[in-house]
Design a protein around this ligand. Structure first.
Ligand SMILES: Nc1ncnc2c1ncn2[C@@H]1O[C@H](COP(=O)(O)OP(=O)(O)O)[C@@H](O)[C@H]1O
Ligand SMILES: [Mg+2]
Length: 386
């Protein structure tokens, strides 16, 4: 036992380090010689990897890699990288003594002597299987929420679309009957044109709905904001009562943004549905698109953004309710009318796209929600041809 703390000799310092390294059980800390063979082994390494020191010292560290990683030369690649650059980092599956695998976060650092010669490498490995699994679960939950939202939006749309399809079919049926009973070639021609026109509109509708329904999550592409606005509007028209006016303000030549177009469309549909619900019988929704340059006034963001604004003349939001509207599952709507997922998804989407969402509301006057999305840097690059 060391009794006097004040005596410092190189041997004691080395002992202390050894004790420290041995005491760590959450990290595998061990040394490799420059050819990748294990020279020391701590308690954490034994706990995480399952080997005792006497079983592993002298063996090559590729022992801990999966057969596939070994076949692909990953251990050698990491060793080479560490020797050349002084450090290598890696994340991936590693194999324990009993053959089970864990997800490892590993760092490999070169150790040099006083003259600068490489004497070995320090290897620190952490088992982050739990952390990785939580991240995967979170992704899965996000995907499920996205799906739930999409189904909700589709449900809202199909009611209106069924009505419109009925109208189109009525046009087709009545024109066909009139054409069958008519002797006048010009009239027959006109009726056939009506039929073709109604058929085409029906096809367009189903196409838009299918594109929206089939869209997979996380498909980030360059998107022209005006195109998203147009396709959202044409879907929304079928879900708006006739006394709700939809206005549009669109700045020309808007820059492109780099987002998941399907998610953006879903978020916008939700903002528009919220506006519709707040209006009730009669009122107006204004859907505006602007290019803006932010200088920190919105969530501390700076630079060029596209602002999607949805303004309504609805009931407004009670100041007591306002702080809660972005919470998942928060809704003031009756059961079956709201899920409380729309704005939380919109918030998540804005954050994930490095943008922001803001709300301004006056009870009895209306609400204005703005979604800011950064313009694409790639699109701004002059060498890009599109
Ligand atoms: N445009 C709006 N006008 C008034 N209230 C709104 C508006 N948008 C959202 N809200 C309020 O925020 C709540 C949460 O919205 P959201 O997350 O979309 O869920 P949901 O629409 O399913 O209730 C709504 O229930 C409503 O109280
Ligand atoms: Mg909603």
């Amino acid at each position: 036992m060391v009794s006097a703390d004040c005596i410092a000799s190189p041997v004691m310092t080395a002992n202390r380090y050894e004790q420290l390294v041995q005491a760590v059980v959450d990290y595998a800390i061990y040394m490799l010689d420059p050819s990748g063979h294990v020279v020391s082994w701590n308690a954490g390494a034994e706990r995480i990897k399952g080997y005792r020191a006497d079983e592993v010292i002298g063996r090559h560290f590729s022992l801990f890699f999966t057969p596939q990683d070994c076949a692909e030369g990953r251990p050698d690649y990491l060793l080479k990288q560490a020797l050349e650059l002084g450090v290598a980092q890696d994340e991936g599956w590693r194999v324990r003594k009993d053959g089970t695998q864990f997800w490892a976060l590993a760092a490999l650092d070169v150790i040099r002597d006083d003259l600068g010669h490489i004497i070995g490498l320090a290897k620190v490995t952490r088992d982050i299987t739990d952390r990785r699994e939580s991240a995967l679960q979170l992704d899965a939950i996000r995907a499920q929420l996205f799906q739930a939202q999409k189904l909700e939006a589709l449900g809202q749309l199909t009611g209106g679309l069924a009505h419109d399809f009925n109208n189109l079919l009525t046009i087709i049926m009545s024109s066909a009957k009139l054409a069958l009973n008519s002797q006048d070639p010009a009239r027959v021609q006109r009726m056939l044109e009506h039929i073709v026109d109604a058929g085409r509109r029906g096809t367009q509708l189903t196409q838009q709905l299918l594109t929206f329904a089939r869209h997979r999550q996380m498909d980030v592409t360059m998107v022209a904001p005006a195109t998203v606005l147009a396709s959202t509007r044409s879907l929304l028209e079928h879900a708006l009562p006739s006394d709700v006016e939809l206005q549009e303000h669109l700045q020309p030549d808007l820059p492109v943004i780099e987002v998941d177009a399907g998610q953006l469309q879903m978020v916008l549909l939700n903002l528009l549905f919220n506006a519709r619900d707040a209006i009730g019988e009669r009122g107006a929704i204004c859907f505006a698109l602007d290019a803006v340059v932010l200088t920190g006034e919105v969530d501390g963001l700076h630079g060029p953004f596209v602002c999607f604004e949805v303004r309504d003349t609805g009931a407004g939001i009670d100041p007591q309710v306002l702080p809660r509207i972005f919470e998942p599952f928060f809704t003031t709507k009756p059961f079956g009318k709201g899920t409380g997922l729309g704005l939380s998804q919109a918030y998540g989407f804005a954050k994930q796209s490095n943008g922001a969402i803001t709300v301004q509301s006056t009870v009895g006057k209306g609400t204005c929600i703005r979604l800011y999305l950064p313009t694409s840097e790639r699109a701004a690059a002059p060498q890009l041809h599109r």
